[in-house]
Write a protein that binds this ligand. Structure first.
Ligand code: UD1
Length: 338
């Protein structure tokens, strides 16, 4: 197929590009090379440098295309509220500009990069009240070092569980809200244009080429940079917050599989390794593998963070036959090699 890959010069995009080529597709890349992400111009074949909000450039890029993989976005949690309009403009408006042109060019297939953060705190169980959805964590609790969200009914501790794609969404920060909005827009496009969209809800992606030293770097890159400076990784909260770290090559394989899959008109897929780890575990494993200082647990917190993000990626395995090739130990070794 001929595929337009937006955001193809970014961290995940470059791996997706390589995977799509390896799977026999012809790939055209559209990327704005945002200066806050790209300090130098990367070497990317078949690259059109244009912003996703530039409708005319998008329209031209779509000529002859069979499918679009839409990764172009402003990522990360954000620095502060001043980022809000940029997130909405880059992510929500950017997706709308693309979808409108897809309709015009009669492109019917879209793979959309979404995120696990659309679930907010996700699924928890209370011994007395069963499944509950805790609200946002209170500043007073966080300041007091109470990081676990309590049962919204009785205030007792909860057990986090794995959310499936059918769980209610509950975005807790601007980025999450903009990513979910993109899903909704894509679903509307699919219905009206007779298109097909796979919304890939990525867990925490890591691997070679991760952005470092930018406000939008993920925690594995931040820890790695600290170790390279001879410093200890600094772990927020109590280090027991849970995430699923998925290697970028596995993500690229999932995206390429979804681009040709026979799935429903709107299909959401959680994309994770299937193994939940704590941030403290990640810091410890990275320090040991690097031979660096032991992590320091600071007790600091970021207000937009959710406590645990743990979802099941079984649907992706069952429907698309995808399975991850990396566990965290082999993935960390790969990250440190590059
Ligand atoms: C990450 C992605 C987001 C993606 C989501 C999917 C980034 C920047 N964010 O969000 O785009 O949609 O996964 O699940 O890649 N932490 C520390 N020390 C630090 C920095 C962070 O302990 O120096 C902790 C944070 O408090 C948080 C955890 O590490 O609990 C993960 O943080 P981060 O890597 O920023 O990712 P998410 O917020 O999970």
């Amino acid at each position: 197929m001929r595929i337009l890959l937006t955001g193809g010069a970014g961290f995940i995009g470059r791996h997706v590009h390589a995977q799509l080529l390896a799977d026999g597709h012809e790939v055209r890349v559209l990327d704005s090379l945002r200066p806050d992400v790209h300090q130098t111009k990367p070497a990317v074949d078949n690259l059109i440098v244009a912003d996703i909000r530039d409708g005319e450039a998008v329209d031209r890029a779509l000529v002859g295309v069979d499918a679009v993989v839409h990764l172009a976005a402003k990522v990360g949690l954000g620095v502060d509220l001043d980022d809000m309009d940029d997130y909405v403009s880059s992510n929500s408006l950017g997706t709308a500009v693309l979808l409108r042109r897809l309709g015009r060019r009669k492109v019917r297939r879209l793979v959309y990069a979404s995120s696990m953060v659309v679930y907010g705190e996700g699924h928890y169980e209370c011994d007395r009240h069963g499944e509950v959805a805790p609200g946002p964590r209170r500043i007073e609790d966080l300041d007091a070092g109470q990081f676990e969200p309590p049962c919204p009914i009785c205030g007792e501790p909860l057990r986090p569980g794995l959310v499936t794609e059918d769980a209610p969404t509950d975005p807790r920060n601007t980025y999450a809200a903009s990513k979910l909005n993109g899903e909704h827009l894509a679903a509307a496009w699919a219905r009206e244009a007779g298109g097909r969209v796979a919304a890939m809800r990525f867990h925490n992606v890591y691997g070679p080429g991760m952005p470092r030293n930018t406000p939008y770097a993920g925690v594995a890159a931040i820890f790695r940079s600290a170790l390279a400076r001879g410093e200890a990784p600094t772990v927020f909260e109590d280090g027991l917050q849970r995430r699923d770290f998925v290697h970028v090559s596995d993500v690229a394989a999932a995206v390429s599989t979804a681009a040709v899959a026979d799935h429903p008109q709107f299909a959401a897929y959680n994309v994770g390794s299937g193994t939940v780890r704590t941030i403290g575990d990640l810091a410890g494993e990275l320090s040991r593998a690097y031979g660096g200082l032991d992590p320091v647990i600071t007790g600091d917190y970021r207000l937009g963070d959710v406590r645990h993000i743990t979802a099941s990626s079984d649907r992706l395995r069952a429907h698309l036959g995808w399975k991850p090739g990396y566990d965290l130990t082999t993935g960390i070794a790969d990250l440190l090699r590059h």
